[in-house]
Design a protein around this ligand. Structure first.
Ligand SMILES: NC(=O)c1ccc[n+]([C@@H]2O[C@H](COP(=O)([O-])OP(=O)(O)OC[C@H]3O[C@@H](n4cnc5c(N)ncnc54)[C@H](OP(=O)(O)O)[C@@H]3O)[C@@H](O)[C@H]2O)c1
Length: 286
């Protein structure tokens, strides 16, 4: 029998990447991809009905309120999507024996550490988005045992809008850019993350818990932009600036230690530059 998988928020960049990749798995997995207009995860009645109807083996929750600055003013909305709706997903997963694969964030940390964050490190979000995501995590742990909470950082892909695509397009239009050096993290590819998620599902892995998934290495937003500019032979277009005021505070350091994922996966994760190059190559061909 095929594995039944629900993917929520399927119009987001991670959702679209999983959908793109799912063609390789159609012999073994039946997917139900639902974007926000088809499934609003805050609508508990619809969620419950869906779980009852389909008897999913896995729910991959790609739905989230991801606008970090907007979350400061639309706090209730961020909490509804990133926390309360996640609790409801967890409750339904428990009731229908579905494994929840939930994506969380490096922004659950305050950035005061100076070495990569472990899964066991103390969380202390410094913005509303991080608080709402952390509450979502807490609800999952309270209500469910068969879950994977995968914290990731600085996600990008060939889909939708993200830092890598934005910088690539601006540089191609020959814009001059000033990019901050104050925050350190690791850009992570939706494609690489999707591969890890498919690994969990296809191996029917039961090593439930919290995992830090990111590429290997670290950089700043400036370092990432510079890498893209070098790829395009436009490095003189990118200049560093210490910081830039934003509504939400961001952790100055949010590198994730990905050793637990590497152990589960039994292979090293890719270097961030190699994964960025994969997307840059794709964007160049478009
Ligand atoms: N992007 C990053 O840098 C980053 C870093 C670390 C962790 N993460 C986490 O990674 C996950 C995937 O992020 P992403 O970059 O793919 O985000 P994304 O592109 O913003 O996708 C999120 C999707 O969820 C949808 N959504 C919002 N509210 C919803 C609701 N009530 N019901 C159903 N769908 C809803 C959004 O639709 P609308 O756009 O129409 O609202 C969007 O299509 C998220 O959990 C995020 O917190 C992201």
């Amino acid at each position: 029998m095929k594995i039944r998988v629900l993917v929520t928020g399927s119009n987001g960049q991670l959702g679209k990447t999983i959908k793109d990749f799912s063609n390789d798995f159609t012999n073994t997995i039946d997917f139900v991809f639902l974007e926000k207009s088809k499934l609003d995860i805050t609508n508990s009645k619809v969620v419950e009905h869906l779980f009852k109807e389909h008897n999913f083996d896995y729910c991959i929750n790609c739905a989230a309120f991801t606008n970090v600055d907007l979350a400061e003013t639309e706090t209730q909305k961020a909490l509804d999507v990133n926390a309360h709706a996640v609790k409801n997903l967890a409750v339904n997963c428990k009731q229908y024996n579905t494994t929840l694969i939930h994506v969380s964030t490096d922004y659950v940390f305050d950035g005061s550490k100076e070495s990569p964050y472990l899964e066991s490190d103390i969380t202390n979000p410094i913005n509303t988005y991080g608080e709402s995501k952390l509450l979502g995590e807490t609800y999952i742990r309270e209500h469910l045992s068969n879950y994977f909470i995968i914290r990731t950082s600085w996600l990008y892909s060939k889909f939708n809008n993200n830092f890598v695509k934005t910088i690539f397009n601006k540089l191609k239009a020959n814009e001059k850019l000033t990019i901050i050096t104050s925050q350190k993290g690791t850009p992570s590819s939706c494609r690489d993350l999707s591969e890890f998620i498919f690994f969990i599902i296809s191996k029917k892995n039961t090593s439930y818990g919290t995992y830090h998934f990111s590429a290997t290495g670290e950089t700043t937003w400036y370092g990432l932009a510079l890498h893209i500019s070098k790829y395009l032979n436009k490095s003189s277009n990118v200049k560093p600036i210490q910081n830039y005021p934003t509504k939400a505070q961001r952790p100055l350091y949010s590198v994730l230690n990905n050793k637990k994922v590497e152990q589960l996966y039994n292979k090293p994760l890719k270097k961030w530059k190699d994964s960025v190059d994969d997307v840059l190559e794709h964007l160049t061909k478009e």
